[in-house]
Ligand binder design. Structure first.
Ligand SMILES: Cc1cc2nc3c(=O)[nH]c(=O)nc-3n(C[C@H](O)[C@H](O)[C@H](O)COP(=O)(O)OP(=O)(O)OC[C@H]3O[C@@H](n4cnc5c(N)ncnc54)[C@H](O)[C@@H]3O)c2cc1C
Length: 425
């Protein structure tokens, strides 16, 4: 029997180790030295690097990369189970070498980079000696790549890039930026003359590329191949976000249940009020629906490919934002006034829900993808009636029993009465 919801004992042992490691090592560091995991400050690095080394020693570093791309080849299902833990802690994805936006950029490099490009950028990215950003969205339009204008012109041994990008996460602190042009994907070192970081927004940067010159070998993949590379990059990124979202909503659920049992109102603990029970019951079901969708998608990627799983990935994309919004709101609400402050993780989680519905493609676009792909498996019905129109189906079925009915008037009468009875019912 191939359908199985169990985790193999060896990997469960790893997951148990990860859970303890996150509670005992990563969370305390996050609370006292926030940002140490990605800081360039040598003292902060000295705190984070030994933890990263422990992850490497356990063979859990950069699990997102498949074997054929130079990773450990654990597959997406195991990554999903790992991310269900890591997603609770701010710096855990960086500590395990599985943080966006570097992961998607590394996937592109691993799949499309030349051996020289891999040596120059992939290895240092994997080792977190450098960090990267991804510059695709433009101020005039993000959902429709046909509106993008940034382009590159070949000039001798160089490409000259001109354009304007918007919402390049961590662009300011990145060492290299993957810039999607209308005619190719380019790797642009941050320090290249002409890269102009605007003042706002602060974390997701507005960047002007003013005649930025890069050597010819900074083109990644084929000329005119940017859309293919972008799809490759974003498909993986979306499912990884969904895996971490499962961790977030489980955290919210834990907080909700603890609160329900701890707080009293109108003579009883609030867990005994039916509307609180309804909130808990709905949340339990919604989290598990999301989780199973994500695990099924990860399983499909492992057993076929990211391309084969694209309808499922799109479904994960818009489901995660919705579940995150609903669950974080319910948990925040159950916390009462405390929930509205930044003294618990819930306010930030709730504020992050719209981002999940916008970043990596707005939900509407993914719903269109799902509807289009699903409808490919259907045909319009012939004639006036839908396929499941019962009288027509019954007429068809009668043909199968024609001989029997003709030969046995008593049985025919019984059948007529039974049908009349069923039609009334
Ligand atoms: C926190 C965060 C981080 C991000 N990081 C990056 C990054 O690192 N690199 C990067 O390149 N980009 C990044 N983005 C940008 C993101 O990819 C875009 O915001 C997204 O693609 C939507 O583009 P837009 O903002 O221009 O919205 P628009 O395309 O203008 O869409 C606005 C609204 O219009 C409607 N709409 C649009 N298209 C359709 C449609 N086809 N059908 C129905 N309704 C539609 C929807 O309601 C949508 O919400 C980030 C965004 C956020 C919020």
């Amino acid at each position: 029997m191939a359908w199985d919801f169990s985790t193999e004992p060896e990997f469960q042992e790893q997951l148990d180790w990860v859970a303890d490691f996150c509670v005992n090592e990563i969370e305390p560091l996050d609370l006292v030295f926030p940002g140490a995991a990605w800081s360039r400050n040598p003292k902060a690095r000295a705190l984070a690097d030994p933890l990263k080394q422990q992850v490497k020693d356990r063979g859990l570093w950069a699990l997102f990369l498949d074997k054929d791309l130079g990773g450990p080849g654990f597959g997406q299902l195991k990554l999903a189970l790992l991310n269900e833990i890591l997603g609770r802690y701010r710096s855990a994805p960086v500590m395990f070498g599985t943080a966006a936006p570097d992961t998607g950029n590394m996937e592109m490099l691993a799949a499309y980079g030349t051996p020289e490009q891999k040596e120059r950028w992939l290895t240092p990215l994997l080792n977190q000696e450098i960090f990267s950003a991804y510059s695709m969205t433009e101020p005039q339009g993000g959902s429709d790549p046909n509106l993008f204008k940034t382009h590159a012109v070949r000039d001798g041994d160089e490409w000259v890039i001109s354009g304007e990008k918007w919402f390049t996460s961590a662009g300011e602190r990145a060492d290299i930026i993957f810039v999607m042009c209308t005619n190719g994907m380019f790797v642009v070192p941050h320090e290249t003359p002409g890269v102009e970081i605007m003042d706002f927004p602060r974390l997701h940067n507005h960047i002007r590329y003013n005649n930025v010159r890069v050597p010819a070998d900074h083109l990644l993949g084929p000329e005119d191949g940017a859309k293919v590379l972008a799809q490759r990059r974003l498909g993986g990124g979306r499912i990884h976000h969904a895996m971490r979202t499962v961790a977030q909503v489980r955290l919210a659920f834990d907080m909700m249940c603890e609160r329900a049992l701890s707080r009293e109102s109108h003579g009883k603990v609030i867990a005994e009020h039916q509307m609180v029970q309804e909130a808990i019951a709905d949340t339990y079901a919604e989290i598990n629906m999301l989780r199973l969708l994500v695990l099924w998608t990860a399983w499909t990627i492992d057993h076929s490919s990211t391309r084969e799983a694209r309808t499922q990935i799109a479904a994960c994309k818009y489901t995660m934002g919705k579940v995150l919004r609903e669950v974080s709101y319910r948990a925040l609400h159950m916390m009462g006034s405390l929930g509205t402050t930044n003294l618990t993780p819930l306010q930030a989680m709730y504020a992050g829900a719209p981002t999940m519905a916008i970043a990596d493609g707005v939900d509407e676009v993914h719903k269109v993808t799902v509807a289009r792909n699903v409808l490919k498996g259907y045909q319009p019905h012939e004639g006036l009636w839908p396929t499941e129109y019962i009288p027509a189906k019954r007429d068809q079925a009668r043909k199968k029993f024609e001989g029997l009915i003709a030969a046995d008037p008593e049985l025919a009468a019984w059948a007529d009465a039974a049908v009349r009875h069923a039609e009334r019912g």
